[in-house]
Design a binder for this molecule. Structure first.
Ligand SMILES: [Mg+2]
Ligand SMILES: [Zn+2]
Length: 287
């Protein structure tokens, strides 16, 4: 059994955009959303906006179709599949909502790779999408100053760490980009790793407060940079080393060969190597 739990934020970590903003913008209610934003919490406003879309005649299918073409982080699909194949347990911790996340994962065939989705409840009620807070901020506020009232990801991480330790899972990798990912990053221990997206708010917060972070830090700027990291780091830590070894060797071989062919192609050997460069690019994407 693997001893690594990989925790993914969703917006701007698995998909390239913010799913709430994507739906609001694509379905043409940005002005209303911006007008109401100063008057209520974001999560409450999302519920209200979904009601407004319903009253404008927009259907659940319209929302699904809009989510289905939300852009993904480059190579995230193969990264998720690789980490899963290496024996890591994958979970999502997101301040989006369950309906948006499940719809996008299903569209890309990724649902079964995740053992748990921690997010704001989102479900269809009489043809209307309803969105609620993860923590009920009226009856049981989480009391964390770093996080929005509807969700403290730090509380979620503490719960996950406590239950994972009893199952023998000892290490956590946390991938995120936003301010809301700082609180859970503070909860990670020395053996854990936080992977902040470079030049995004989480990365800036970590750079400005390095002494507060106990975990190791490995920044990333696109799918490629964390994909390579997963292969090497997960391999070292995973208990599935024998099964993962051929994949790691093949991956290293393909990357090295691809760089060689690119070099040769750039140095006027391009004709015979053009085909090989594109073939290796295909193989890299597949891996
Ligand atoms: Mg995010
Ligand atoms: Zn918090």
């Amino acid at each position: 059994m693997a001893n690594i739990v990989v925790l993914f934020d969703f917006d701007k970590t698995i998909i390239h955009c913010d799913s709430d903003n994507w739906v609001v913008d694509e379905l043409g209610v940005t002005n209303l959303f911006n007008e109401l934003l100063p008057t209520m919490p974001w999560n409450t406003l999302m519920d209200k906006t979904m009601k407004e879309l319903h009253s404008q005649g927009r259907t659940i299918q319209d929302i699904v179709e809009c989510l289905n073409h939300a852009p993904l982080i480059p190579q995230i699909i193969s990264t998720i599949k690789s980490a899963h194949a290496l024996g890591c347990e994958l979970r999502i911790v997101s301040d989006a909502n369950l309906f948006f996340i499940e719809t996008i994962l299903k569209h890309h065939g990724l649902t079964d790779y995740f053992s748990e989705i921690n997010t704001n409840p989102g479900f269809v009620d009489k043809g209307k999408l309803r969105i609620f807070p993860h923590h009920d901020f009226i009856s049981s506020p989480h009391g964390c100053d770093l996080c929005p009232p509807n969700m403290c990801k730090g509380v979620v991480i503490e719960r996950i760490r406590a239950s994972a330790f009893t199952e023998g899972k000892k290490r956590f990798f946390y991938l995120g980009d936003g301010k809301g990912d700082f609180c859970p990053s503070l909860k990670l221990g020395e053996k854990d790793l936080v992977l902040p997206r470079k030049n995004y708010p989480l990365w800036e917060l970590i750079c400005n407060n390095p002494s507060l972070i106990k975990a190791g830090v490995h920044e990333w700027s696109d799918g490629k940079s964390y994909k390579g990291f997963f292969f090497t780091r997960s391999m070292k830590l995973s208990s599935k080393k024998p099964a993962a070894m051929p994949i790691l060797l093949l991956h290293s071989l393909v990357i090295a060969s691809s760089r060689l062919f690119q070099y040769l192609a750039m140095n006027n050997f391009h004709k015979p190597f053009k085909f090989l460069v594109s073939a290796y690019d295909q193989l890299k994407n597949w891996l």
